[in-house]
Design a protein. Structure first.
Length: 141
């Protein structure tokens, strides 16, 4: 059984239960298991269309947020490998991690992280950046 299997195992029984919480504009916003499942499935479908398959590596370069959970579960649904990169790492460490793991796709969450990737992307196998911002997911090739 995979982690996504465990998370969504009782989906029918607790589809309206709160799965994730995040603070937006000073208030907690909750995501139900049903919504989490739908968002995760959509994200997995997008990654699949980009060519992600079992055994591939996909980097998540972000601070903690609900989109991280969605991306991580989607990557695992495909049998791919999540490569977490802490948002405060210096460019040289980010470059080393991306080069070492061979990720062709990176998922980021803000302009600052995009700028870091923009400075170091030459020579890396990275060819797609997915930008998650304000509950929207934008793909940048």
């Amino acid at each position: 059984m995979t982690i996504p299997d465990l998370v969504f195992k009782n989906l029918e029984r607790k589809e309206n239960a709160q799965a994730l919480a995040q603070i937006q504009e000073g208030e907690y916003r909750f995501i139900t298991y049903r919504k989490l499942y739908k968002k995760t499935l959509r994200f997995a479908e997008g990654l699949f269309r980009l060519g992600t398959r079992g055994g591939d590596t996909v980097a998540i370069f972000s601070e903690n947020r609900s989109e991280w959970v969605i991306a991580d579960l989607a990557i695992q649904m495909l049998g791919a490998i999540t490569v977490p990169i802490h948002s405060v790492f210096q460019e040289k460490y980010v470059r080393h991690i991306l080069n070492d793991c061979g990720a062709k796709i990176a998922i980021i969450s803000d302009n600052h992280l995009f700028e870091k990737l923009n400075h170091i992307h030459n020579g890396l196998p990275l060819h797609t950046i997915i930008y998650c911002a304000k509950n929207k997911i934008l793909g940048l090739n």
